[in-house]
Design a protein around this ligand. Structure first.
Ligand code: AHR
Length: 501
């Protein structure tokens, strides 16, 4: 196998590593909230009913922001149902997931959970069935200190200090015909502009996210962003992007190249936003909030909500991830990092039980999926500046992406500590790839650690019984030789090499 060559230079700076790249998402969907983060009967539950063992793993995963409460759920949500005495809260139909929402957890509980988990909230407002007034009401309830009807109600409910939520999503996937209150880009763009304008009259420093496309395969992709931003450019800071990947028709090679699709998606949204900027003579730039991304087996077990009943917290979208899935997740994170100049926030969808890295048994064990590991290690060791890596890699043909480089990589470098981290994948199904990393611009680096996540069976999966076998293991092939680092990347693998100056 031909050697792949990576060239790394601290001069190839993209942008600072943005901590918000390592966000996630908690939706009132399936068992994400109920029996996921919230399980009052669990032995580790706190006074609010939040599981301590889950919070511990959220911290270990390195999650920085959490989007809440949806998702499709938010487009029919009445936030005020879920505040005040729990026993007086109404249960409601959740049309998005054909479930019953008991409203036991609402904004005040979620904010207490976020504080315990050490994450920043990213709150979504309902622009499906609702509009400007209800968004303003939630903002006033959440962020005004005292002296108004909604802020005093929050205080009467026992939350004296305002929540101070800075990041707000103006609706969810409003381009999707499945969305309750789905809109045309003109309709949504106007509503987003007016909601954003009003919210900023309350607080000009809010960071607002307009809905972009729910996938780059949407027929409206591109035109949606153009129209929405033409309407709302000055009222928002970010536009969202959502992408889910899965292996179709047994085509593992194409699936492993999913990050190529994400690269193009990001670059197309950037181009569209910048075209609107030019046409509208705007001075600021719009950035991307990639606030839903993951592997999702759309036809997997429990992939569809029930149609003949309205259960509370049914098992939904509980995909069990393989080693190959973890490699793709690690690669998608590489793509997000290398676009850190324009991707200013991202959310792995979702956090617990629902297409998630963390799984729970109701009242029982918590365990890690394979996808937990590349995310946790990247979140922990990507520090300082993101460096563009010059990759010269052997390639193979794939049905979806044409000639596809086998190796993909990104690096981060922290001037202060001299820590260099390289994150890389090998997408070959069968071959190890020898890699030579040229670090001549970083004199005298030494190897701190090299690990790889791989397995003879790329479809091997962790389970509640065993979540410690499929984990990154030391890659003993790594060695520094002068100004080069050599390492052998196993087939279908994700790796991290840590060096220090
Ligand atoms: O994350 C699951 C669902 O995927 C979300 O509710 C929705 O926004 C997207 O379609």
């Amino acid at each position: 196998m031909t050697t792949a060559r990576l060239t790394i230079d601290p001069g190839f700076r993209v942008a600072p590593v943005r901590r918000r790249t390592f966000g996630s998402f908690v939706e009132h969907l399936g068992r994400c909230v109920y029996t996921g983060i919230h399980d009052p009967g669990h032995p580790t539950a706190d006074a609010d009913g939040f599981r301590g063992d889950v919070i511990e793993l959220v911290r270990e995963l390195g999650i920085t922001t959490v989007r809440y409460p949806g998702g499709n759920f938010v487009s029919g949500y009445r936030w005020e149902d879920a505040v005040g005495p729990v026993d007086q809260r109404p249960a409601r139909l959740d049309l998005a997931w054909h479930s019953t929402e008991p409203n036991t957890v609402g904004v005040d509980e979620f904010m207490r959970w976020a504080a315990k988990a050490g994450v920043e909230p990213m709150m979504a407002v309902n622009l499906g069935t609702r509009g400007v007034t209800e968004a303003l009401d939630l903002l006033e309830y959440s962020n005004i200190a005292a002296g108004t009807a909604w802020s005093d109600l929050r205080r009467a409910h026992g939350t004296e200090a305002p929540h101070g939520i800075r990041m707000w999503c103006l609706g969810n996937e409003m381009d999707g015909p499945w969305q309750t209150g789905h809109k045309t880009p003109q309709e949504y763009g106007r509503l987003a502009a007016e909601t954003g304008r009003a919210m900023r009259q309350v607080d000009p420093d809010l960071e607002l996210v307009a809905c972009g496309s729910s996938s780059s395969a949407m027929p409206t992709f591109g035109e949606w962003e153009r129209v929405v931003l033409t309407e709302a450019y000055e009222q928002v800071d970010l536009i969202s992007a959502h992408a889910y990947y899965w292996e179709e028709d047994g085509d593992l090679a194409s699936f492993l190249g999913s990050a190529i699709n994400m690269d193009h998606f990001i670059e197309d949204v950037v181009a569209t936003a910048d075209a609107v900027r030019a046409a509208g003579r705007h001075s600021k730039r719009i950035h991307i909030s990639f606030d839903e991304w993951n592997v999702w087996y759309l036809d997997g077990a429990a992939s569809k909500p029930p149609t003949d009943s309205w259960p509370v917290a049914p098992v939904l979208l509980e995909d069990n991830y393989s080693v190959a899935d973890a490699v793709v997740v690690g690669n998608l994170l590489i793509s997000l990092l290398r676009h850190s100049d324009r991707v200013h926030a991202a959310s792995l969808a979702q956090l617990v039980n629902v297409i998630a890295p963390i799984m729970t048994e109701p009242g029982g064990r918590v365990w890690k999926q394979t996808t937990f590991h590349p995310f946790a290690l990247t979140a922990r060791h990507a520090v300082g500046e993101v460096l563009r890596v010059e990759v010269d890699s052997p390639s193979h043909p794939t049905a979806k992406h044409g000639d596809t480089p086998l190796v993909d990589a990104v690096a981060t470098y922290d001037d202060a500590s001299g820590a260099l981290a390289v994150f890389a994948v090998n997408r070959s199904l069968t071959q190890s790839v020898p890699v030579e990393i040229d670090v001549r611009a970083l004199d005298g680096v030494r190897l701190v650690e090299a690990v790889s996540l791989a397995h003879d069976d790329p479809y091997a999966r962790s389970s509640v019984e065993d979540d410690t076998t499929l984990v990154p293991r030391p890659n003993t092939s790594a060695a520094v030789e002068g100004s080069r680092v050599r390492i052998e990347l196993p087939p279908v693998s994700w790796s991290m090499v840590r060096l220090c100056r």
